[in-house]
Design a protein. Structure first.
Length: 244
């Protein structure tokens, strides 16, 4: 079975996919194209994690690399994380002080996306592994109707606003394939449905949070924006420290 390979492949894809969300600023509609790229130059897992990577933006601020020296213990690693958090907060303050809404929103979008990826990854993996175990058990017990019911639920939850009117036919064709002989196919299908559901939830949460920042910017509530972004940075740092 390709169980763990498939699951980890999905999580990697989710982390590096292009997420496009529509936002409004005070005068213009903003379309935020969120590009989350794997850092190909990362040396090993002891360097500062990508969730706390400084987001790319179009400002003229100088880029600062992550520290090259590798910390040897938990205390040193925490210090490195705190040091990098300080750099990110400094950049946030500089953007806020300039009051350039579009650049602030771009920066915020990247921070929010990385935080959501980091915070949801463990839960997503758990959901995927639990689903595979559940479906496999139902096959072992020959509970075909229960499998069909689970697929029907997953199918409905995986739909988004872009779906057309062919869903009923697609679902019928899918349910017709639920047999013991097609166990591997059905396992793969249910994984795909759950992956789509998770992706939809991620994009919706991302859009909601970015819209919140956009609304604050439109009202020129810059202190509230800074507080919100600092909170995200602090939570991201806490997640990384808990991994050590």
């Amino acid at each position: 079975m390709k169980k763990f390979l498939t699951i980890l492949s999905f999580l990697t894809t989710l982390s590096s996919s292009l997420v496009v969300v529509a936002c409004k600023t005070d005068k213009t509609d903003q379309k935020i194209n969120e590009h989350n790229k794997t850092d190909n130059k990362e040396n090993d897992s002891n360097s500062n994690p990508k969730e706390l990577e400084k987001p790319n933006n179009n400002s003229n601020m100088s880029e600062q690399d992550l520290p090259k020296d590798q910390p040897n213990n938990k205390e040193e690693k925490n210090e490195k994380i705190d040091e990098f958090v300080g750099k990110i907060k400094k950049e946030i303050e500089e953007l806020i002080n300039k009051k350039e809404n579009s650049k602030i929103l771009d920066y915020a979008s990247s921070l929010i996306s990385k935080f959501l990826q980091s915070s949801s990854q463990k839960q997503s993996l758990k959901e995927l592994t639990n689903l595979e175990s559940e479906i496999s058990k139902l096959f072992d017990e020959s509970k075909i109707e229960d499998i069909k019911a689970k697929i029907t639920l997953l199918f409905s939850e995986s739909l988004d606003n872009s779906t057309n009117g062919n869903e009923v036919q697609k679902l019928k064709q899918l349910l017709d394939k639920v047999t013991k002989e097609n166990k591997e196919l059905i396992l793969e299908t249910t994984r795909n449905l759950l992956e789509q559901k998770i992706s939809n939830e991620f994009e919706q949460e991302l859009k909601t949070r970015i819209n919140e920042v956009s609304s604050l910017l439109a009202k020129k509530e810059y202190n509230s924006v800074k507080t919100k972004l600092f909170d995200i940075v602090n939570k991201s740092a806490k997640l990384e420290k808990n991994k050590i």
